[in-house]
Design a protein around this ligand. Structure first.
Ligand code: ATP
Length: 334
């Protein structure tokens, strides 16, 4: 049971909280104590509203990169900036996430939603309670402990659940949902944070192909919707008119090609590709993943024609390009 309070929790993080925020990584490196150099001199800028796919072989450093941004993993060197996107970047009022103390980091992390492969829900809590946990950075501890969330937070959570097609499941326990529905809860919880940036770590790794596509499409749509201004939006949520960027760590090259706006390929902790999805030629894939005959399938080896050429993850090579958001409600999609 979630109890509303009358207090507003719409505390904002300075600076310039209404401006869309861009992310800037400068020469980021991470060496784990065990000795592995997981990231080496990675520099990257992500403008507001951009949905970026991070691909690369196992151990390339994708998860490390995502976790260094919100400092779940502490970078060994380099800087992470989040700040208003203005011409002439670096902007003087950027926040340097990599230099923040505990309190500042806690406040800044409100602006960064995280979505996990295994959903990271509290199974015994309801869908609504899980979504409201996205507000924990905004409400005082005693209020969250008593589950007394402001009415505006609850109304927004219902609105977001409706958006992802889960309104009628609000009072169900999280462990009563399918994998795809759980990931929608994970996405909704992240959106409830009113983030400027989503860090998404292998969101489809435990989902079937159809559900994976639906989840990727949903991510693309909610980011696009956050760029649109209407009077339904709050914070940086859908309809708010603010840019919501995302970095999506994904193994499935075909999904990345279809739903991402930009691809960054990591290999051994370094960026070896940064460009459009349709730039992932066999040569580029070899640069990222190593030598492989990307054009052939097992059947092709014994036959000289007939079967269409396919990418390793199953996408046709002459693929039509990124799928635009459909703008349809996801209600009932699962
Ligand atoms: N906690 C840790 N302690 C020590 N080494 C680690 C730790 N986490 C990751 N590594 C090492 O850092 C490197 C990068 O790992 P990371 O998990 O970031 O790669 P990844 O590209 O996300 O891989 P995957 O796709 O398999 O998840 C690997 O060599 C890995 O063994």
């Amino acid at each position: 049971m979630v109890c509303p309070t009358t207090a507003s929790s719409a505390e904002r993080v300075s600076p310039d909280a209404r401006s869309p925020l861009a992310l800037r990584l400068v020469r980021l490196s991470k060496r784990y104590p065990a000795g592995d150099l997981a990231l080496s001199d990675v520099s990257l800028s992500v403008p507001p509203g951009q949905v970026l796919g991070l691909i690369g072989p196992s151990g390339a450093g994708k998860s490390t990169l995502i976790r260094c941004i919100n400092r779940l993993v502490e970078p060994t060197s380099g800087q992470v900036f989040l700040g208003p996107a203005r011409p002439g970047s670096p902007a003087p009022d950027e926040i340097e996430l990599s230099a923040l103390g505990r309190r500042g980091l806690r406040r800044a992390r409100r602006r960064i939603g995280m979505i996990f492969q295994e959903f990271a829900l509290v199974e015994r809590l309801t869908v609504m309670e899980n979504v409201l946990s996205g507000r924990l950075g905004y409400v005082p501890f005693w209020r969250s402990w008593l589950r007394r969330f402001p009415p505006a937070d609850i109304a927004n959570a219902y609105r977001l659940l409706d958006r992802v097609g889960l309104a009628e499941h609000a009072d169900k326990r999280a462990d009563a949902l399918s994998g795809g529905q759980r990931q929608r809860v994970g996405i909704t919880r992240a959106l409830a944070q009113e983030p400027d940036l989503l860090l998404v770590d292998e969101p489809t790794a435990s989902l079937d192909p159809k559900t994976s596509r639906q989840i990727m499409r949903l991510l693309r749509e909610v980011c696009a919707e956050a760029n649109r201004a209407d009077d339904t939006g709050r914070g940086s949520g859908p309809g708010s008119g603010r840019g919501l960027a995302a970095i999506v760590n994904i193994h499935d090259v075909a999904l990345a090609q279809q739903f991402m706006m930009r691809i960054v390929g990591l290999r051994a902790g370094r960026i070896v590709y940064d460009g459009p999805p349709d730039g992932l030629s066999p040569e580029v894939l070899t640069q990222i993943y190593g030598e492989e005959d990307w054009g052939s399938t097992t059947e092709d080896a014994g036959h000289s024609g007939g079967a269409p050429e396919r990418h390793p993850a199953g996408a046709t090579q002459h693929h039509p390009g990124p799928e635009p958001p459909t703008d349809q409600s996801m209600a009932g999609a699962l």
